[in-house]
Design a protein around this ligand. Structure first.
Ligand code: MF3
Ligand code: CO
Length: 257
């Protein structure tokens, strides 16, 4: 894994301080979106809220126009019910009982913050509540392991063991990732793995950890819009993400308020 480790951008304390600010602004953006989530609101309106908030602060989302040959067309991802990640905001109205994940990034002074949450719209089923709670706890488990000397495989293994112990599944296709001047950097951090394998964590690594959890299967497919990822059995999905800095003082969550 020597080659891979050389490709990892180690951040200085000054760079991590900028990333903390990028992450804070990202958290504020997500808070503004979360406050608007209610039955009848469209996902396009949620995207507008994020864009208005970010433009007032002269920051922007790295999601907009990301990738090719079908550049991502919005600043946030809104993924409802059986949608796991990368749902495109539009005219769809939220309704009572839906669950929605909102994923957003912020570029501030050249550095990216990347984070996502899943919440219910009004009253949701006990199964949906459990799914969201398990996904949040999976992220907490992962964060605690983000210390120098641990391996990326330790994190994936712990996340998957916990999620499967709760009767749910982790995708093996979409992963967490290094984050910095680019939204996606080395290393990849899957939500599965073998302890003691992968990349050895060290201080200055900044990584977006993102458990993506499915109720009925680990398998997914991509819709014809070329972006929206759904569970193959159309069971409910949830997603929680934080960008984390590995430091000698322990994990530093960059993308909370
Ligand atoms: N948080 C997602 C990720 O880490 C956001 C990417 S959506 C995209 O991959 F459209 F920008 F690709
Ligand atoms: Co991410």
């Amino acid at each position: 894994m020597i080659g891979l480790e050389r490709a990892i951008n180690i951040k200085s304390p000054a760079e991590i301080a900028i990333m903390r600010e990028a992450g804070r602004i990202n958290a504020q953006t997500l808070e503004a979106v979360k406050a608007a989530i209610a039955p009848g609101v469209t996902t396009g309106e949620l995207n507008e809220i994020a864009e208005t908030f970010q433009s007032k602060l002269s920051v922007y989302s790295p999601f907009k126009n990301y990738g090719g040959p079908y550049p991502y067309p919005a600043s946030i991802c809104t993924s409802i019910n059986e949608e796991l990640v990368h749902g495109i905001p539009g005219k769809r109205k939220l309704k009572e009982g839906d669950i929605i994940s909102v994923d957003c990034g912020t570029v501030y002074q050249g550095f990216v913050g990347d984070s996502a949450f899943t919440v219910g719209v009004g009253e949701i089923t006990p199964e949906a509540q459990k799914l969201i709670a398990v996904t949040r706890h999976a992220l907490e488990i992962a964060i605690r392991l983000m210390v120098p000397g641990n391996y990326s495989g330790d994190i994936g293994a712990a996340v998957e063991a916990y999620v499967e112990g709760q009767g749910f599944y982790c995708t093996h296709v979409y992963t967490g990732h290094g984050v910095g001047r680019n939204m996606h950097e080395e290393p990849q951090v899957p939500n599965y793995g073998k302890p003691g394998t992968g990349v050895r964590l060290r201080a200055g690594m900044t990584i977006a950890i993102e458990p993506m959890v499915l109720v009925g299967t680990r398998h997914t497919r991509v819709l014809n819009d070329e972006w929206t990822v759904i569970s193959r059995d159309r069971s409910l999905c949830a997603h929680q993400e934080h960008s984390i800095a590995v430091t000698d003082e322990g994990p530093l969550v960059l993308t909370d308020l």
